[in-house]
Design a protein around this ligand. Sequence first.
Ligand SMILES: Nc1ncnc2c1ncn2[C@@H]1O[C@H](COP(=O)(O)OP(=O)(O)O)[C@@H](O)[C@H]1O
Ligand SMILES: [Mg+2]
Length: 232
Amino acid sequence: MGLQINPPCINPLYITGTDTGIGKTVASTALLHALRARGWRAVGMKPLASGCVDSVEGLRNDDAMALLEASDPRPAYSDLNPYALPLPLAPEIAAREAGIVIRMELITAAFARLRSVADTVVVEGVGGWAAPLSATLDQADVARALELEVVMVVGMRLGCLNHARLTARAVEADGCRLVGWIANHVDPGMEHQDDNFQLLQRRLHVPCWGRLPYQQIPDPRALAGRLERVDG
Ligand SMILES: Nc1ncnc2c1ncn2[C@@H]1O[C@H](COP(=O)(O)OP(=O)(O)O)[C@@H](O)[C@H]1O
Ligand SMILES: [Mg+2]
């Protein structure tokens, strides 16, 4: 009897954040580079994106393009971003305006294709955790259905303690597993950044995976070096 060796794999992740515009895309792309640097084949996913530009190849979203750029191997755009909605609105409204019905099965099928070519998938959420995807679909439904572990990006700015604690509670109340958080210094003018970081560390009951400094033009490849932990 031969030795049975489990194929290397790492639990796919769902990246949520304390709000929209706090660095989920920056952190997700940095995470992809960090995973790749550790030898994993890692691809990004943005199941639903609102706010796209029309190109010769179809609708394209900036977050999805950044995730594609950071992925290895590079999947088909339509697998990485199955729902590309033209208008930069709340998903439910953007979908209605486009006459599109969001179906979990389409997301599940795209995810399965990504999973089959990579060791792990880094799935970026939409806005904050409680932002709904449609009238019947929450982000928690996606995280649960795809068995994703959740990582919370905390945009370090005034008010983030409240948003971070509420988000952490909500993730767990929704039956999802929060495995870590990432501090992202989006506001160079924030007072007492270290004190705030320490307060968060004391109150969040999961490990901090790293602290991303403010960068005029964020470079995910360089920021990857600041993520000390990438796999729970
Ligand atoms: N560490 C950082 N330093 C400087 N600017 C940042 C940093 N992280 C994010 N940003 C900027 O903040 C904005 C929002 O970041 P993004 O990753 O797109 O957020 P989200 O995906 O949560 O909407 C972008 O313009 C991005 O360049
Ligand atoms: Mg984003």
